[in-house]
Design a protein around this ligand. Structure first.
Ligand code: PMP
Length: 456
């Protein structure tokens, strides 16, 4: 068996890691954790450390680790048919079954699902769909896309542009032209506005409408948003946000893309986050929870109304020129079918609502009086803790303090994995949806202990 030292050497010599400080890693200054195995909500590294993964990988392992039902479905599929493409009308039992299962679970106006590999390529597909549709509809100038500061939609060229986090733009020459960002629906971070929450909602809506009017509604094709800001800080929208935003989009004939890569398949206690917030999207992005990350697979679910335009387009212009070799990959599809069956049979959507609420209320109660906790917030099986230098004046830490990163490191010593969110001192939690109350207690007590240690 290879030793950890050998693997670490190879890692530094050959492995270009995503979202990593490359120089520090190459110098061996950052952790090189080599994960070996996992079961339920626990992962284990090659040194034998067992850790409660309170972020479900990258909020994707919804059903938890080590499910034999999915592993067996993948193995069976690989033996019977590891691959065939889905171009020019080809399908497999797994891909067709999964399409049916996804559309059956989606909002009623949804009609078809296009399968990709990950959330980024699905959003890439979505933007191409929107542009294609507006060309077919004879309005080629209606192409700009509005996204939100702190939104996360991927890290490709278009999707990295849609993402509203500086780290994903800096030095990459992003965002590309035609991608605009409007106010993040992040009430806690705007004390400077000195507004009630209701006024802040109205402010977000009027900022959006002002942008549309400034640019010209005839140039704006779509608005893309997560039902609740995820990577931007796990921030539920201010009250009434979606009710205020949607009429503006309708009025200006702007397509609504709900990016449900995190919220799809149960995380908010509903099958889709759109149901939770009464959102009526035209397109829904799915990935992560679609297979619980047992195999890469994503999708773009599109409404019946838009589908009709696509049909009209191919009748006029010929076959739809957009496809990936691995669209609807049978192994991903087999994983997806087994995964969605498990979500149902284990009642994980309900558990996300119930145990998620328990995690949130327990966390809130435990940290209510902590001088460095500005806000505890969440929805379903998502929770975050916003850390501040001074809670009364709402003064934030300097980025250089790396306060949240230090708390997360102190939690890791206690065997719990949380995530220091990329912008601001925010600790994020997004455990597998099968979390139990006693596992939630473990997360909360590790957070309190770690925070006390670092604060001291
Ligand atoms: N959209 C959202 C809301 C996401 O959270 C993510 C990934 N965290 C993506 C898109 C991109 O997905 P992927 O990393 O699979 O490309």
């Amino acid at each position: 068996m290879l030793t950890n030292d050998q693997l670490s050497q190879w890692d530094r010599d050959t492995f270009f890691h995503p979202s990593t400080h490359l120089a520090q890693h190459a110098r061996g200054e950052s952790a090189n954790r080599i994960i070996k195995t996992a079961s339920g909500v626990y992962i284990e590294d090659r040194d034998g450390n067992r850790m409660l993964d309170a972020f479900a990988g990258l909020y994707c392992v919804n059903v938890g680790y080590g499910r034999p039902e999915i592993a067996e479905a993948i193995a069976d599929q690989a033996k019977e048919l590891a691959y065939y493409h889905s171009y020019v009308g080809h399908g497999t039992e797994a891909s067709i079954t999964l399409a049916k299962m996804v559309v059956d679970r989606a909002p009623a106006n949804m009609s078809k699902v296009y399968f990709g590999l990950g959330g980024s390529d699905a959003n890439e597909t979505n933007i191409k769909l929107v542009w294609y549709i507006n060309n077919v509809l004879g309005r080629p100038q209606k192409k700009k896309i509005i996204s939100r500061w702190r939104g996360y939609h991927g890290s490709g060229l278009i999707t990295g542009s849609l993402t509203g986090l500086g780290l994903f733009h800096a030095k990459f020459d992003l965002p590309l032209a035609g991608i605009l960002h409007t106010e993040a629906p992040y009430y806690y971070r705007r004390p400077d506005l000195n507004m009630s929450e209701a006024d802040f909602t109205a402010h977000c809506a009027s900022e959006l409408e002002a942008m549309i009017e400034r640019e010209g509604a005839d140039t704006i094709a779509a608005f893309i948003a997560e039902p609740l800001l995820g990577t931007g800080g796990i921030v539920p929208p201010p009250a009434g946000y979606w009710a205020a935003i949607q009429p503006i989009l309708k009025k200006h004939d702007i397509i609504l893309i709900a990016d449900e890569v995190v919220t799809g398949f149960g995380r908010l206690g509903t099958m889709f986050g759109s149901a939770h917030y009464d959102i009526e999207p035209d397109i829904i992005t799915i990935a992560k929870g679609l297979t619980s990350a047992y195999a890469p697979l994503s999708g773009s679910i599109i409404s019946d109304k838009l589908w009709k335009v696509l049909e009209e387009g191919t009748d006029t212009y010929g076959p739809f020129g957009h496809g990936w070799t691995y669209s609807a990959h049978p192994i991903g599809a087999a994983a997806g079918v087994a995964n969605l069956k498990l979500i149902d049979s284990l009642g994980l959507v309900d558990n996300a609502g119930i145990t998620g609420a328990y995690l949130n209320t327990t966390m809130e109660a435990a940290l209510a009086d902590h001088p460095h906790v500005g806000e505890v917030r969440g929805e379903g099986m998502l929770c975050s803790v916003e850390l501040v230098r001074d809670r009364d004046t709402r003064t934030f830490f300097d980025a250089g303090d790396k306060f949240a990163a230090r708390v997360v490191a102190a939690m890791l010593k206690r065997g719990v994995i949380a995530r220091a969110m990329p912008q601001g001192d925010i600790i994020g939690f997004a455990p597998p949806l099968c979390l139990t109350k006693s596992e939630a207690d473990t997360i909360v007590s590790a957070t309190v202990d770690a925070l006390n240690e670092v604060s001291a």
